[in-house]
Design a protein around this ligand. Structure first.
Ligand SMILES: [Zn+2]
Length: 236
């Protein structure tokens, strides 16, 4: 049991909002994908943790994700503790991803930015041979950050023009969150507006590279080029 690409996020539906279509695209390229949600969503204004578990399963099917699990870290209290790092490191050892997608390390919601450093440090820990933790040491080769929740220029984007409708469906699978209702009306846009917003963001990132829709990412490392003739994205 293992996945090629593992997306780690604080809340069920974060991955759907920030990098769901990229996961769908990677699975269409033949890579196996997984999602680790750190919390179960028991503090959400709308719906219960059970509703969200059901919805997360439905969304995972739409995104063709082969493995998905939620840890028991308390919602609204994602802390970068030794214990939490071990919980995530255990999953890294078990799932052995080559690529890990984390949220960007700045943001409005503390759970989101804490998930970023917690995830990074867990990836490091998972590779330590002498760490007292079940499973064989494993460290992902690559860590990339999904930046959609934060206003920062990405270092690369993934063209998700073909996957766009899948992403919309996976988001709307969270019926407890995105169906129009009284609870949380001040914090959630009406459903009709959600599509408009998602289209606007995906079009903006697509426009930066000359495709219709794209999802933004950031990598800390410098990019490597073999052949100048094959660098994508027009300059002029
Ligand atoms: Zn979230």
């Amino acid at each position: 049991m293992s996945v090629d690409i593992l997306a780690i996020a604080a809340h069920r539906d974060d991955v759907e909002q920030t990098c769901g279509e990229t996961l769908l695209k990677m699975s269409s390229l033949g890579h196996s994908t997984g999602i680790l949600d750190l919390t179960k969503g028991e503090l959400g204004t709308r719906g219960t943790a059970e509703d969200r578990a059901r919805e997360a399963d439905a969304a995972a099917k739409i995104l063709k994700v082969s493995w998905r699990q939620a840890l028991d870290i308390p919602d609204g209290r994602v802390e970068n503790t030794w214990e939490n790092r071990l919980k995530v490191a255990r999953v890294i050892r078990e799932q052995k991803p080559r690529v890990v997608i984390l949220p960007y390390w700045k943001g409005r919601h503390p759970d989101h930015y804490t998930c970023s450093t917690l995830g990074y440090e867990a990836c490091f820990l998972a590779g330590l041979a002498k760490l007292d933790l079940e499973g064989k040491p494993h460290r992902p080769f690559k860590i990339v950050y999904a930046t959609l929740y934060y206003d920062i220029r990405p270092t690369f984007v993934v063209d998700i023009t073909e996957q766009f409708e899948g992403r919309m469906q996976s988001l709307l699978a969270y019926k407890s969150q995105f169906t129009d209702q009284d609870a949380g009306r001040a914090d959630f846009p009406p459903q009709a507006e959600i599509r408009e917003r998602v289209v606007a963001m995906a079009s903006y990132y697509g426009m930066l590279v000359g495709v219709r829709y794209a999802e933004p990412f950031l990598q800390k490392e410098v990019g490597l080029v073999e052949d100048l003739m094959s660098i994508p994205v027009k300059s002029i």
